[in-house]
Write a protein that binds this ligand. Structure first.
Ligand SMILES: [Zn+2]
Length: 792
């Protein structure tokens, strides 16, 4: 294949200077658009403590963050009681009807709990109501006030809880809203979403449903993203775009979120047919669920954004008619320069098909005009797959290399200072794209390569429209804009300014649509999945190629030595980007070292069988850090000895037995009728614990039905010896009553009781961590479990 022929009329822009001026102007315009995109994604300035009383003030909210997150306050703990008392006092101080819902609640949805059993918790939700003047329904502002056991939860979710307190304060200062506003500060979210599930299922105020606004954080900074909605969201999205002062949200996030293992209280409400919006800030994920999630780590800008949006939405939902919020369809929506663009989801497939047809028509036109041949168009399309595949692969290899140099990254959601690595991935993507372009531009021709990029964008658009409709806009709209720009360029004089204007406008559309996901995917997925951001970066690069091409001399314009020089110049951007990738990765490694303020995370647990006196150190680290490695020397499956810890393989090592008692199992009654036996048991912890489990050896009895604290729980047979189990979070000191209806075998029924507390400092053989060694943010870090088998 040869370069397409150059016509005499093409000569004008062949003048290198004029071409270069156009290129620089176009790139400056694109950089300005990119800067605008970044400003649109930035957080607002935090309002001071003396801000007007009807407004939200991050400074005022932060005072409550400090009280709530003064220490870890996991559900059931004394610290949790203190936080709850503060919340109740604060809400009552605002004149709101406030109560505590004290209940035993099951977990929400089909979350993973005990294999073949049920998960429940004793929860104490704080519920306050601001009655509306003429209510058409209820608006629920929801956050969880409990923290994980390992950290005080400054961001997760003291920030959300303090935001709701400040929103409640602002709402009680002005005229009363038309609709009821209910403030729901839930308990035991971290354990099992049980607080929210208990509220949604059992609380009288939840009976008629309503609109839920859930506030969360999975990090410490960054813009608040509205990342989840109930189904048929068009009307909710319309209100969001209108009433949230900083409407950062995209229908693509919903699709991403579904692929992630995270869950929030919002799930419990969706199970109950509420409608609503779920918002969180997610950058700075390194401290998520760790001891470092302290109030000082809360970004006041993110806090302000949470509050501005929550207050705006509460006011708007507080005045609209809540009767008909369920639209017939979902919307596609995405942020555009500080605003929100949305269109009905049913347009997704027609638009994607239109984009594909438009790009096809552009190819046909390019051929007719002699800008490309069937061969070069086919080559452009086929060869564009190279950067699409190579850049993500390169990002994956780069991170594999970095984690080989720094294995401590394995247990982190994201590095402490990820920005250098993110930029390295972007530079690497650019290097791949530039290199590919420099190699193929003369052989295939810029028009055919631009066509190849647009064609892949359009193809992805159709695939996404079918599989992940909320994300189809990402490639459909840039493809459509690129095709239209191509038509415009072909319809105007080639030596005039319009072709440059047209391709620049199309590139600007791509920047507006594809830059936010590049920026947001890094914190959303972490560096381990930086390849996804690299893919989107390459798609953005492909859409911007016609502008980048202006930097190159006109194709076919030179001969001989000039062409050679041009080719060398063409390699320059690729070399520069590759060098930048290496330098940025190196800077990242130099800057983001582990130290006392940024400790390497380690995971350790201690498990004791009080019956046999056998004790074990356990870690979930696959390749244990040096500190952890001092405790473990092999791998075990915990399913047999500690079914309450799940059924995974863990690294383990022998430990000295601590003189700790297992929970007692008291038989309250034992009745037999026919082949059935009904055992009424009370499982009583013998020390201050966070959770209690009871498992039945299903080779000694078949479990027909079970109830916990008077609540029937589902009975589904699980795998392994302990085929039925109950996990109970935040058990009261007097223990938990369990009734089992069984069909026993010939011998005794075997049950295994386990409880767990937090903190290993008193355990024999435990050596405190050095300052630069920290704790993994997980629900089992520092757990101390004691188990015992009872024949009944
Ligand atoms: Zn959490």
């Amino acid at each position: 294949m040869g370069a397409p022929p150059t016509r005499p009329a093409d000569r004008a822009l062949t003048k290198p200077r004029r071409r270069l001026t156009s290129a620089v102007a176009a790139l400056i315009a694109l950089l300005a658009v990119g800067a605008g995109v970044l400003v649109g994604l930035s957080t607002p300035a935090p309002a001071p403590a003396d801000a007007p009383e009807r407004e939200f003030s991050a400074a005022r909210a932060y005072r409550n963050v400090e009280v709530i997150a003064a220490e870890p306050h996991v559900a059931g703990s004394a610290a949790n009681d203190r936080v709850r008392e503060h919340l109740v006092a604060t809400l009552r101080g605002l004149g709101l009807q406030t109560e505590v819902q004290d209940a035993v609640a099951p977990e929400a949805g089909q979350l993973s709990g005990a294999a073949g059993g049920a998960t429940l918790a004793r929860v104490r939700n704080v519920v306050a109501r601001l009655p509306g003047t003429d209510p058409t329904g209820k608006v629920f502002l929801v956050s969880h006030y409990d923290s994980v056991q390992t950290g005080p939860g400054g961001n997760d979710d003291a920030a959300g809880t303090a935001t709701i307190l400040e929103v409640a304060r602002a709402l009680t200062t002005g005229p009363r809203p038309r609709n009821d506003i209910v403030f729901v500060l839930t308990d035991a979210e971290e354990a099992c979403l049980c607080g929210a599930a208990g509220f949604a299922a059992d609380h009288p105020l939840a009976r008629d449903g309503g609109v839920v606004l859930n506030l969360e954080a999975r990090g410490s900074t960054g813009p608040v993203i509205m990342f989840e909605t109930s189904r048929n969201n068009a009307k909710l999205v319309e209100v969001f775009g209108k009433a949230a002062p900083h409407p950062v949200g995209t229908s693509f996030a919903v699709e991403i979120y579904r692929a992630l293992p995270n869950d929030t209280d919002f799930t419990a409400f969706l199970d109950r047919k509420f409608v609503g919006l779920n918002s969180a800030y997610i950058d700075g994920g390194a401290i998520y669920h760790t001891p470092l999630d302290v109030p000082a780590r809360v970004d006041r800008g993110s806090l302000q954004m949470h509050g501005d949006n929550a207050l705006g939405l509460a006011r708007e939902f507080g005045r609209t008619d809540l009767g008909d919020l369920r639209a017939g369809h979902d919307d596609t929506y995405f942020p555009v320069l500080g605003g929100l663009v949305s269109y009905p989801g049913w347009l997704t497939l027609p638009l994607a098909v239109a984009a594909l047809l438009a790009v096809g028509a552009l190819g046909w036109l390019l051929r007719r005009r002699g800008r490309a041949t069937a061969g070069t168009l086919a080559a452009g399309f086929g060869l564009t797959l190279l950067p699409v595949v190579v850049a993500p692969l390169g990002a994956w290899l780069l991170w594999a290399a970095i984690t080989t140099i720094r294995p401590g990254y394995a247990e982190l959601l994201d590095p402490y200072r990820p920005v250098w690595y993110r930029l390295a991935v972007v530079a690497l993507s650019a290097a791949v794209l530039f290199c590919w372009y420099a190699l193929l531009r003369r052989r295939v021709g810029p028009a055919a390569l631009a066509f190849g990029g647009l064609a892949w964008l359009a193809v992805f658009g159709v695939l996404l429209a079918v599989a992940v409709p909320g994300g189809a806009y990402l490639t459909t709209l840039p493809a459509l804009a690129g095709a239209l720009a191509g038509f415009a360029a072909l319809a105007t004089r080639r030596d005039g300014p319009w072709p440059v204007v047209a391709v620049t406008l199309a590139a600007a559309v791509a920047v507006v649509i594809l830059l936010p996901p590049v920026v947001l995917l890094f914190p959303a997925l972490g560096m381990g999945m930086g390849a996804v951001a690299a893919l989107v970066a390459v798609l953005l690069g492909l859409a911007v190629l016609p502008v980048v091409d202006l930097l190159h001399p006109r194709a076919g314009g030179q001969r001989g030595l000039l062409a050679l020089r041009a080719r060398r110049l063409g390699a320059l951007p690729a070399a520069a980007a590759a060098l930048a990738a290496v330098v940025l990765a190196g800077v990242g490694l130099a800057v983001d070292r582990f130290d006392a303020a940024h400790p390497v995370p380690t995971h350790l647990m201690y498990a004791l069988d009080a019956g046999t006196g056998k004790a074990t150190w356990l870690t979930r680290e696959e390749k244990p850090q040096p500190w952890t490695d001092g405790y473990v020397d092999g791998t075990v499956s915990v399913a047999d000895d500690f079914p309450g810890l799940g059924n995974s393989e863990m690294r383990a090592g022998p430990a000295a037995a601590a003189p700790l008692p297992a929970p007692k199992v008291d038989v309250l009654s034992d009745t037999r009728t026919g082949d059935q036996r009904v055992l009424r048991l009370r499982v009583v912890p013998q020390r201050q614990v966070r959770l209690l489990t009871l498992h039945v050896d299903t080779s000694t009895a078949t479990v027909r039905s079970a109830s916990v604290a008077g609540r029937d729980v589902p009975v589904e047979p699980g795998d392994g010896r302990w085929g039925f189990g109950i996990v109970f979070h935040a058990p009261p000191p007097e223990g938990v009553e369990v009734t089992l209806t069984l069909v026993p075998g010939s011998g005794a029924v075997s049950v295994r009781a386990m409880d767990a507390s937090d903190g290993l400092s008193g355990v024999p053989g435990f050596r405190p961590r050095p300052p630069d060694v920290g704790v993994v943010g997980s629900h089992s870090s520092e757990m101390l479990a004691v188990a015992r088998t009872y024949p009944l």
